[in-house]
Design a protein around this ligand. Sequence first.
Ligand code: SF4
Length: 231
Amino acid sequence: MGLNITQQCYLQKMGIDIYVPRQDHAADVVAAIGQVHTPVDTGIDRPEWESLRKQVAACTKCELHKGRIQTVFGVGNVNADWMIIGEAPGRDEDQQGEPFVGRAGKLLNAMLHAIGLQREQVFIANILKCRPPGNRDPRPEEVVCCEGYLKQQIAMIKPKIILAVGRIAAQNLLKVDTPIGQMRGNRYEYPEGNIPVVVTYHPAYLLRSPGEKRKSWQDLQMAMKIYNSLI
Ligand code: SF4
């Protein structure tokens, strides 16, 4: 895969060393990053979308509603080709009402940029919309209560591809208990809509285990290859 200067820059931000011929790229990098943030139509004004958002905001279907500051519905473009699905809100997400913020969010943004995507172009959501206390794993009954919302989001967005980040997201989305290390490198299908699913590590895990970032880059390349074969 040939890398443009923006991708090289964000791969370096991910902490992945890449070979670049020796020359001064500084001006190119600054120019390329400057081009990244272009306005996109996010489609968030659609009435059915707003209605679902209100349902989630008022939801008390499981115990998690008691400890939340707010629900974390998801963020991004309702017309997106790519959906990024994670586990559940953490402390920062609960406070800010947005998935993947803080250091893990920055790394996710860098991962997306590395394959030429802006955060605003994709839609990012979680399996659960409320924060589990102490960031514990979601319980099966909580997933059962909450998964209808994600299903509706997927049905409305109709993404061309889903990137499942982390074990919890991958196992719950695909209804398997396979370890994430064995899931990586395979193409799965989300049954409703036959949407291809690619599994990769959660950015929070990559921050703790930077040696695995190279594998996540392989996953992203695989996802991009599948996506390119569909369009
Ligand atoms: S986690 Fe999901 S099901 Fe549980 S209260 Fe929050 S929105 Fe409702």
